[in-house]
Write a protein that binds this ligand. Structure first.
Ligand SMILES: [Zn+2]
Length: 273
């Protein structure tokens, strides 16, 4: 095939992915003459999950377009909020455990594997369960099997949460999901969960919820204020005002496990989110 030189420009949102010399307007790329535009964009470092549109000589083009010599290409970012078929469900890679717990705290369906099952298995699960794979690993986001994927732009959990909420605008239902396992919570009375409680807890707290999947018990406790702050902030900025707050008398939380902290200082259950 005849090699072809094109000129390509990326919008600022995509500059994080490309070489510094491609961040200042159009730059030249020589293609092999047979590769698709999608392949060319990926080869310059941009995952297609982050591309919202391709414009060739002023007209919208598909990723399957094979660029011809002299074409001027603009690469656009995904529009926010990004619409999916049905409510967004997520799958987070092994590095995003804190983000997973915060999404669950807000009632967002966020599957997470705390052990590294490998890129092929993660991509296969995304496809099988129609979950958006969230990752900071571009190689993972290049995988063809993904049902959908999204790059998480920050390494800070607070910014990661705002990033995902602004990108997908998932309905929020705080205090309805188990932060430990992603199961749904149901109301529970003290009698029914007594076996799961330590004596001090049983005396001090009255409001309980229990995970329908892993039996984890939740009540208002040590981490409540911190978690409540995360919820209040997220609902104020991203809530649509219609999400249910399922707790029987306002928010409740903090799990049994929060008292039994792991050696790394992170609680197994509710916090620190
Ligand atoms: Zn659970």
């Amino acid at each position: 095939m005849e090699r072809a030189e094109i000129r390509i420009e990326f919008v600022p949102e995509l500059h994080v992915f490309v070489n510094a010399r491609r961040r200042d307007g159009r730059s030249a790329v020589t293609t092999d003459g047979s590769s698709t535009l999608g392949h060319v964009v990926e080869s310059l470092g941009v995952p297609l999950t982050e591309v919202g549109g391709l414009v060739v000589d002023g007209a919208a083009a598909d990723a399957s377009h094979v660029p011809a010599a002299g074409e001027e290409v603009a690469v656009l970012a995904v529009a926010r909020p990004q619409r999916l078929a049905g409510p967004p469900r997520f799958l987070l890679d092994v590095h995003l455990g804190t983000l997973a717990r915060r999404l669950r705290l807000l009632g967002v369906d966020a599957a997470y594997e705390s052990t590294d099952i490998g890129d092929p298995a993660l991509a296969a699960r995304s496809a099988a369960e129609q979950r958006v794979l969230l990752s900071r690993d571009r190689g993972l986001l290049h995988r063809r099997e993904l049902w959908a994927g999204a790059y998480v732009y920050s390494h800070r959990p607070a910014d990661q949460l705002r990033d995902v909420l602004s990108r997908f605008a998932p309905p929020l239902a705080p205090w309805t999901r188990c932060t430990a396992c992603n199961g749904t919570l149901r109301e529970a009375d003290k009698t029914s969960v007594r076996a799961h409680l330590e004596h001090g807890t049983e005396r001090s707290y009255d409001v309980f919820a229990q995970c329908t999947a892993c039996d984890q018990v939740y009540w208002r406790g040590a981490h409540h204020e911190q978690l409540s702050g995360i919820v209040t902030e997220a609902v104020a900025e991203f809530g649509d005002g219609t999400a249910p707050t399922a707790a029987p008398s306002g928010p409740l939380h903090t799990s049994v496990a929060a008292q039994r902290r792991r050696p790394d200082g992170a609680a197994v259950g509710a916090g620190p989110a």
